[in-house]
Write a protein that binds this ligand. Sequence first.
Ligand code: FAD
Length: 417
Amino acid sequence: MLLPTIVAAWLAAPAGWDAQSTLQWLGRLAGIAGFVLMLVAASVSIRIPGLDQPFGGLTELWQVHRWLGTGAFLLLLAHPLLLALSAAAVSPAAAAEVLSPPATHRAAWFGWAALVAMMVFLAPTFSFFGAPRYQLWKRLHALSALAVLLGFAHTLLLNRALPAWAWWALGALAFASIAYRLVWRKLHPGARYTITAVTPLADRVVELALERPRGQRMRFDAGQFVYLAPLDPALTAGRRQEHPYTICSAPADPQLRIAIKALGDATAALQHVRPGTDVLVDGPYGRFFEPGEQDRELWVGGGIGITPFVGRARAIGLAGAPVDIDLVYCSNDASRAYYLDELVAIAERVPGFRVWPHYFRDEGPLDAAWIAQRCEDVSARRLYACGPAPLLRETRIIRAALAIPRRRYHSEEFSFL
Ligand SMILES: Cc1cc2nc3c(=O)[nH]c(=O)nc-3n(C[C@H](O)[C@H](O)[C@H](O)COP(=O)(O)OP(=O)(O)OC[C@H]3O[C@@H](n4cnc5c(N)ncnc54)[C@H](O)[C@@H]3O)c2cc1C
C-alpha cells in the first residue's frame, strides 16, 4: 500500500519546491495515495468465512476497511483542493478550471463523479443525516463499486506517476472483491437450512433450531456468528434479507441454534417464522473468544448479548471438564433472564463454572465492587463482554477499576455501524 505511494511520490516529484510546484505535487500525491487506500479498502470489504480470522474477526476486518475508507476519502477530498490552490498561484481562472473543468475534460469529470459518489455512499457511514438505517446504508454502500470504477478511469487517463500495469495490479483485488460481493454472493447466498423448532424464550425473543437437510454441518467455534436470511413466504418483513446472529449452540450440537430478539422489522417478523420453512446461512464469522488454552475468565453478558456465552457454556456443559469461569448475566429483571435456568443447570454440573445473575431494576448499573464481591482474583482473569452499548461502556470502566489489562479485555457489540 505504502510502496506504490512512495514510488509515485518520487516519480511525481517536482523540478523545484516553489509553492505552486509543491502544492501540485502534494495534490497529486493525495490523489494517488487516496486512490491506493480506496482500492485496498475495497479489497478488504470481502466477506468469505475464515478470511476474517487473521484480522481477529469480521468486526475487526471491517474496522480496518472503515479506517482505509476514511483515509481515502479525506485524501481524495484534499486532492482537487490542493491542485486548485496550486493553480491559484498561476491565476484565479486556472484554479476555477481545476474545480470546474471544461465539459470535454472527461478524465477530470470522472474524478469529480467518483468523489461525488463517495460523498453519497459515505454520508450515512459518517451519520451526516443522523443514525443510518441499516438497509439504506447497505444499498448506498453498493455505490462504492461505481466510485472505484470512475476513480479508475480518472487515474488511468490522467496518471503520470505509476505505470498502468501497476494500477491494474492494485485494482485487480478490488475488482475481484467487488465482483464477489455484487455477483458471486447473490448467486451463492448461503447454505440452506430448515427450521426444525421455534422456541419462544421470552416476550419478543425466540430461539430457532436449524438443521441442514443435505451436506455436512457447519464447523464453527463457540461465540462465532452467521448471516441468516429467512425464506418463509409468510414473513411480514426481512424475507431473503440477511442479518448477523450469533450461534448459541455448542459446536458439537447436531442443530444450529440462533436466539433472536425483536429489535426492528426483520427481527420482529422472525418471532413468527414457521417451523419447516428454510433459511440461508452464511458463515461462520468473527472471533469473540481467544483461541487456544482456556484461561481464568470473567464473562459479562447482557440482554441478547448472552448468546455467545450460551454457546460456549453449552459446549462446556457437553464436555463436563472443570473450568474456572464466572458468568455475570445482566438483565433488567428475572423475566428477561431467559437462559438463566439452563446456565445454572450447567453450573451445577460443571466444576468451576459459576453464574451470577444481575438485575438492573433491583441493583442499578453493574459495577466493579459488585463483581469483586463475587469473583475471586478477578484482576487475574480474562474479561469477555457482550451486550448493549451502555453495558459495554460499564465493562470498560469495570476493566480499568479491576486492573484487568486491556489485552485481556474482549467485547462484542451487536452492531457494525
Ligand atoms: C456480530 C453480531 C452478532 C449479532 N448477534 C445477534 C444475536 O445473536 N441475536 C440477536 O437477536 N441479534 C443479534 N445481532 C443484532 C442483529 O443483527 C440485529 O438486531 C438485526 O440485524 C436487526 O435487524 P432489524 O431489521 O430487525 O432492525 P433494524 O431496525 O433494521 O436495525 C436495528 C439495528 O440493527 C442493526 N442492523 C440491522 N441490520 C443489520 C445487518 N444486516 N447487519 C448488522 N447490523 C444490522 C442496525 O444498524 C440497527 O442498529 C447481532 C449483530 C451483530 C453485528
